[in-house]
Each structure stands twice: as C-alpha cells, then as structure tokens.
Design a protein around this ligand. Structure first.
Ligand code: S3P
Length: 429
C-alpha cells in the first residue's frame, strides 16, 4: 500500500513514545530464562518484539500479553522445553531476535533452527557464529552462506575472551548470555561501546556483569537469574522521527513523553544540538534505564561531522539524521558507519536513492554519506525497500518537501512503530 505525505505547517502537540524495541526484546528473553514471574509494562507491540514472544512460546514459556502489558512466567536457565525436535523458530524481520536468541540456544540441550524473512536471511550471522563456536557451540548456516537459517545443536560451553571487529550490541548480548552458561568467565570487547541494555538488565536480574577498560564487559557464569519487573522507557529511535520533524517544520513545538536517554543511545540528541537544534530535556528520571520528556522546537540547522565512537549511539537514527542534514545549511559528513549497509536494507544506498529523488545533493561513500544540505526538497515517489526506518525517515522528509511525497509501501512501520502515522497525524498542523 502506498502513502502520500504533504508539506506540513507548524506541528504542535504531545506524543507518548512507544516502548524501546531493544529493551522490550531483552525483557522477554531474560525473564523467560529467569526464576519467577516478570511483569513488563510499556512493552513495544511492534512486529519484531512479537517475533521474540512467539519464539519463547515455542520454547515452552508461558507469556500473556494485553497490549503493552506482558507477563512472563520464567522457566529458569535450564527449563526451556522446545515444542518439537528440532524446534523451528521464526524470527520474522528481527535481526536482534535471531542474534541474541542464538546466545541463549547455544548452551541448551536441544536442537534449534532459526530462520527469518528474506531480509533477516540476508543479514550477516558469522559475527555471532564465530564467537559462539569459539565457546564450543555447534552452530551452522544451513545454506553455508553465513546467513540464517541457522541450526544450533546446544551443548556445554567454555568461557572466552573475544575481541569483536565491529561494535554490536547484538553480538555482545549473544556472547554474554552464552557466557552465563559457560564453565568460566567470558569477556567481550568491541571497538566502540554499543548499547548496554543487556548489561543493565542482566545485573538487575542478579547476574554478575562488570565493565572494564577499553569497552570490555565480563560476565561470570550464573546459577540462576531472578526476574524483576521491567518498565520499558519510550524508544529514542522512534522519538527520533518527531525530534527531526519538530526541528525541521517551521514554527513547531512538540513534547515527547517518556523517552529513554541511556547514554549509549542518545547520540541523536548530541548531534541535533551540535547542528543547532533546540531539544530540551525535562523531568529526567535516573532509573536503571534513564528517561525524560523532550521539548523540541523548530530550529535552523547547520551541517556537522558524525563519526567514531558516536556512531553506535545513533546507528539506527542515521537515516533520519540524513534527512536533517539535507535540510541543514552546509555539509554533513557521516563516516565510520559501514554497518548501515547490513541493516534491514543497505541504508547508505536506500537513503541515497530517496534523497536524490527529492533533489538532495548526497554522495554515498564506503562507510557513510556526504550531504550538501540547504536546498529545498521536492516531493517524490520513494521506494522504502520494506525498511521501517527508511519509510519513517521519508515520511518526515515529506513534511518539509514541496509537493507530494509518496512512499511505495509504508506497512513496514509495524516493525518498530505500529502507530507511527496516527501519531504523526495527531500533531496539529
Ligand atoms: C540492537 C543493536 C543494533 C541496532 C538494532 C538493535 C539491539 O544492532 O542497530 O536495531 O537491540 O541490540 P547491532 O548490534 O548489529 O549494532
């Protein structure tokens, strides 16, 4: 189905941002292998997190869901009961489910097969296969191409010290979870610090997880985890579209409630401010996962350089940051972001195609893009490549482009933000 977006006049209003996708996945996964009952509130009901719930149900976990309230009856670290042998787990569009779940399955005494949709089955899995194999796991790409479907024959694991080549919270989480079941401690290092939701939540569930020098994280084998209720903050990656909209549409002021501001995720706030954006944090709560309300006022933006350690803190926001850069005066350079090529789509290519169609001067590079901003955008027909973040980014671009912008298929927003278009509509114009 296609969707048409028209140029907006000032946006005003308040939005409650839906729950964080990364934290929602982890809450279901970790409470499933914990002792006791865990109540999760503000769980994200996006398709990706529902894939995680359905996988754990197939592993014998009782999970009830009433909208964004989820209750998980944990089976303990050694209590998963696969519904079949091998157990077939459909991870849908979710790379996060596929990779992190592998770390839980590697030490289980049964065989699992994980497979997702076309996009997931083209995403690199060697990055988890390598460290898990070094721990002694038997994990293979069934088609021998380094992609899912993956067959995991669970068994005993050893603790390792592993130096990852890319910063990845999914790989880190898979290794740390496998490490809980290993015969000695496991240390994971990465070139830049990726999001640390796993470390925070495992600690809250009673695991011993210690951060050290040089982005090292060490986990000690655990006997048990203990479920603790989780209140999921709003997803800053979802707020990002309305941060961009509020900044870009002249005369706007929007209040975004309950947005997670974990420092490993808040790069968009830092970049927005460096570009001249007026984003105010109010009502800050320093819970295990900090959150606040954001007031965003329209601002004239200028170009910037986004690189290095900042990249993992805003990796999923780079598509919408590219839209901000297209509207900003001067040049924005995004580098050290080759990971964009292996997301739900190749986001360097897909953002370049769409922004060029709208008249933006953008040059793709091997690890990012160079955007000469400040020229008015023109409405265009945009291919979303079934990538939720690409679709939402071009919906925002459409608010500031002259004429009509048509997304060829907008249904993919259900992956991370099912009510995105309703929320956009709800802001006064
Ligand atoms: C995620 C980590 C990031 C991110 C993804 C969610 C997570 O991926 O892009 O949307 O929940 O751990 P990588 O770990 O591959 O960087």
């Amino acid at each position: 189905m296609s969707m048409m977006i028209e140029k907006a006049s000032a946006l005003h209003g308040t939005l409650s941002i839906p729950g964080d996708k990364s934290i929602s996945h982890r809450a279901v996964m970790f409470s499933s292998i914990a002792e006791g009952t865990t109540h999760i509130s503000n769980f994200l009901t996006g398709a990706d997190c529902l894939s995680t719930i359905s996988c754990f149900r197939r592993l014998g976990v009782s999970i009830t869901q009433d909208g964004s309230d989820v209750t998980v009856t944990g089976r303990g670290m050694h209590g998963l009961v696969p519904e079949s042998s091998p157990v077939l787990l459909d991870t849908g569009n979710s790379g996060t489910t596929t990779r992190i779940l592998s770390g839980i399955l590697a030490p289980q005494p049964f065989v699992s097969v994980l497979s997702g949709d076309e996009s997931v089955n083209r995403r690199p899995m060697k990055r988890i296969m390598e460290p898990l194999s070094l721990m002694g796991a038997r994990i293979r790409s069934i088609n021998g191409n380094g992609y899912a479907p993956l067959e995991i024959t669970g068994g005993p694991l050893h603790g390792i010290t592993y130096h990852a080549k890319v910063a990845s919270a999914q790989v880190k989480s898979a290794v740390l979870l496998a490490g809980l079941y290993a015969d000695g401690s496991t240390t994971f290092t990465e070139p830049a610090k990726s999001r640390d939701h796993t470390e925070r939540m495992l600690t809250a569930f009673g695991a011993k997880v210690v951060s050290g020098e040089g982005n090292a994280v060490t986990v000690t084998p655990a006997e048990d985890l203990y479920g603790a209720d989780v209140v999921v903050p709003g997803d800053i990656s979802s707020a990002a579209y309305f941060i961009a909209a509020g900044l870009l549409v002249p005369g706007s002021e929007v209040l975004l409630k309950n947005v997670g501001i974990n420092p490993t995720r808040d790069g968009i706030l830092r970049v927005a401010r460096t570009m001249g954006g007026d984003v105010e944090e109010v009502n800050v709560v320093n819970a295990p996962e900090p959150y606040c309300d954001l007031i965003v006022r329209s601002s004239s933006l200028h170009g910037t350089v986004i690189e290095g350690d900042l990249i993992p803190t805003l990796i999923d926001e780079l598509p919408v940051i590219a839209v901000m850069a297209a509207m900003a005066e001067g040049t924005t350079v995004i580098r050290d972001a080759a990971e964009l090529k292996v997301k739900e789509s190749n986001r360097i290519d897909t953002m370049t195609e769409g922004l060029r169609a709208m008249g933006c001067d953008i040059t793709p590079t091997d690890d990012g893009m160079i955007i000469s901003g400040g020229k008015p955008l023109q409405g265009a027909k945009i291919r979303t490549f079934e990538d939720h973040r690409v679709a939402m980014s071009f919906a925002i671009a459409g608010l500031v482009a002259d004429g009509e912008t048509v997304l060829d298929d907008e249904r993919c927003v259900r992956i991370s933000y099912p009510a995105f278009f309703e929320d956009l509509q709800s802001l006064e114009r």
